[in-house]
Design a protein around this ligand. Structure first.
Ligand SMILES: Nc1ncnc2c1ncn2[C@@H]1O[C@H](COP(=O)(O)OP(=O)(O)O)[C@@H](O)[C@H]1O
Ligand SMILES: [Mg+2]
Length: 429
């Protein structure tokens, strides 16, 4: 038998044909993935004109997605937050719950108010305090490991360097002592408890001293009163939505990174201890708007990745919003641990939505996401509110539609136009 018989006969020799995707869609409809028509309505599939719906849990259950997490990247003011907010609003109508662990711009409060959700404002002089070391669900060694990971991330971020093995050990034993003392009063340890324990074991002053100084950022200065004692609030898990508003913190980027990390750790603890509803965990979105702020330090990426692995067990879908995919590359040199971790985070998002990218970002984005030539050309030309949705084995160009009632809740242009702020919709209690 000749080789040609095995490989299916002589090759066709046809001239290459090029056509726009709109023409091709008509000529070869079977080449385009049919629109997704179950779940929360997002808008329309720009190629077929059909409604486009999305529900990461259902798609995961159907085997379309390998996980429920979503990455959303796009330039400033392209409509990323508007998409996330309407997904939140519409999912809540379908019985989902939504959590925003850190809202640095204070733009999510109207959304939470509109659905009768909770807004916790954190900031200098404000009464709410959350303990990031509040207990997670789990056996004591699991709880200890989570708390230690958080403390390591906070200390490394505050000191802006990786911790040494010796510092790691000192922090571990200080946490054990702090937790032991706290359990005697039937409470979770606090950051000041850990600092006290660090002070007490300053056998090697250099190690303990630097750590105490780093964690001290959460106790003194701008962050004082926010994360340095027992929580003053217990999350009402029946509320449809909860937002941790960090806008009062202003523009101190470094403080904001620490605050967002603490806030998300507190929320994790609250969500993982949630009682199940009728035996099943409710399906919950955790939305990290402006997540690029959390991805600038390897310690924070490491923590986020582990936290995402955990969230799968609790029916949580994470939505991470960035400006560009290179935010994930900026964390370290090629081949470094940071880059590997960032790549892992991207791999943990089976759905990638890309809004318009600056020209200088297009090539890198196309390579990272494995875009086709036409998709790549599209990237720099997408109008506001239109995104490329990539899922394993399928892509869609989706025009996100806003309902007139949603407009005031997603409008972030009002300030630019010099208009007074929209009042949030009043919701009957
Ligand atoms: N699909 C859309 N249709 C019409 N206007 C939109 C759409 N998406 C966003 N906008 C408007 O664009 C502005 C910027 O959107 P926003 O979501 O805040 O941008 P980003 O988060 O990407 O910076 C908002 O005022 C919003 O009302
Ligand atoms: Mg935004």
């Amino acid at each position: 038998m000749s080789r040609q018989t095995l490989t299916g006969g002589p090759r066709l020799r046809l001239p290459a044909h090029r056509a726009s995707s709109a023409t091709l869609a008509g000529a070869y409809p079977f080449l385009f993935a049919p629109s997704l028509t179950t779940g929360t309505l997002v808008g329309t599939d720009a190629l077929s004109g059909e409604p486009f719906c999305f529900d990461p849990w259902d798609l995961y259950a159907e085997g379309v997605l390998t996980n429920a997490n979503v990455l959303l990247a796009g330039g400033i003011s392209e409509g990323k937050s508007a998409l996330a907010k309407t997904l939140a609003l519409r999912s809540i109508a379908a019985g989902r719950r939504v959590y925003v662990p850190g809202d640095p711009k204070g733009e999510w409060a109207p959304v939470a108010h509109a659905v009768g959700g909770i807004v916790l404002q954190l900031g200098p002089g404000l009464p709410t305090r959350l303990n990031p070391l509040d207990t997670l669900a789990g056996e004591p060694p699991v709880v200890h490991a989570h708390r230690l990971r958080l403390l390591l991330a906070l200390a490394a971020t505050a000191l802006r360097r990786d911790l040494t093995a010796a510092e790691h050990t000192v922090l571990d034993s200080a946490l054990t002592a702090a937790a032991h003392a706290a359990s005697a009063r039937d409470a979770s340890p606090t950051i000041p408890d850990v600092i006290t324990a660090l002070d007490a074991r300053q056998v090697n002053r250099a190690e303990g001293g630097d750590l105490g100084h780093g964690l001290g950022r959460l106790v003194r200065g701008e962050l004082a009163g926010m994360f340095d004692g027992p929580s003053t609030y217990r999350l009402d898990l029946h509320a449809p939505m909860a937002v941790l508003d960090l806008s009062a913190l202003g523009n101190d980027d470094h403080g904001l990174e620490l605050a967002m990390t603490c806030a998300s750790a507190w929320l994790d603890a609250a969500l993982t201890t949630a009682p199940t509803l009728h035996g099943a965990a409710p399906r919950r979105w955790v939305i990290y708007d402006e997540a690029w702020r959390l991805l600038r330090f390897v310690a924070l990426i490491r923590r986020m990745q582990l936290q995402w692995k955990l969230s799968r067990a609790y029916g949580i879908a994470n939505l991470m919003i960035l400006h560009r995919l290179s935010d994930l590359d900026a964390v370290g040199a090629a081949g470094s641990e940071a880059r590997t971790l960032a790549g892992g985070l991207l791999a943990d998002c089976a759905t990638r939505i890309v809004y318009r990218q600056e020209n200088d970002q297009v090539a890198a984005t196309a390579t990272t996401l494995g875009l086709t030539g036409p998709e790549r050309e599209l990237l720099a030309a997408l109008p506001r509110g239109v995104g490329l949705w990539k899922m394993p084995g399928r892509s869609h160009v989706v025009r996100h539609h806003l309902h007139v009632d949603e407009l005031p809740l997603v409008d972030t242009d009002a300030a630019m136009r010099g208009e007074p702020e929209h009042r949030p919709l009043e919701v009957a209690p």
